[in-house]
Write a protein that binds this ligand. Structure first.
Ligand SMILES: N[C@@H](CCC(=O)N[C@@H](CS)C(=O)NCC(=O)O)C(=O)O
Length: 205
């Protein structure tokens, strides 16, 4: 049986939403950072860097670490959420912006504002500006497109949804300054698989 080792953060949520959207069976194993479970032998045997989420299936020797990898694996394994013909490069572009520009900026903002012993003013300003710049560009794109790839809902929307809901909870004004993103969020939030996937990983907020 596949098991998703997950956490109640955007990365965990992406993974469980992707599995739900793709109709892939899995059991949920919540990992508690406060108890140091991410450093347990069980987790380190699957991912030596001790980070989550991880999808594992001992029966087929499957181990996939990371929200982008799990989302893409789910899409390829099921044939769901794939970009329509001709939209492959757009999918890579937006997936890259979400996962290598926006998501790390949110993570850095979280570390500097919540976990750092003292708030780091310069760092917080820097990441706030990056986040606003990227969200502004995404908002402009979604003003002309129902989903990231036009009419087609895809794995790119799954990657973005937890960033647009969980992570923007830490922004002043939340997602409200971005009206097209708000409309897109409401469309995605109405999907039953998204509701199930968000519940499966849980939320810190
Ligand atoms: N690139 C990874 C990042 C994973 C990540 O940062 N996971 C965090 C939780 S959201 C984690 O496990 N942190 C524990 C640690 O770094 O010790 C992804 O997209 O999933």
């Amino acid at each position: 049986m596949r098991t998703l080792y997950t956490v109640p953060t955007a990365n965990g949520q992406r993974a469980s939403v992707a599995l739900e959207e793709c109709g892939i069976d899995y059991a949920v194993r919540q990992i508690d950072f406060a108890k140091g479970e991410h450093r347990s032998d069980e987790v380190l045997a699957l991912n030596p860097i001790g980070r989550l989420p991880i999808l594992s299936d001992p029966d087929s020797d499957l181990v996939v670490y990371g929200s982008l990898a799990i989302t893409r694996w789910a899409a390829m394994a099921s044939g769901e959420l794939l970009p329509p013909p001709g939209k492959e490069a757009d999918a890579e572009l937006w997936a890259g912006i979400i996962m290598t520009d926006l998501s790390p900026a949110f993570a850095s903002q979280f570390h500097l504002s919540v976990l750092a012993p003292e708030p780091h003013a310069w760092g917080l300003d820097y990441y706030a500006e990056v986040i606003q710049r990227v969200l502004g560009v995404i908002d402009g794109h979604l003003a002309d497109n129902e989903y990231f790839l036009g009419d087609a809902y895809s794995f790119v929307d799954v990657l973005m949804y937890p960033s647009a809901t969980s992570s923007t909870g830490r922004l002043e004004g939340g997602l409200e300054p971005y009206p097209a993103l708000c409309r897109w969020r409401d469309r995605v939030a109405a999907r039953p698989a998204v509701v199930r996937g968000m519940e499966a990983s849980g939320s810190l907020y």
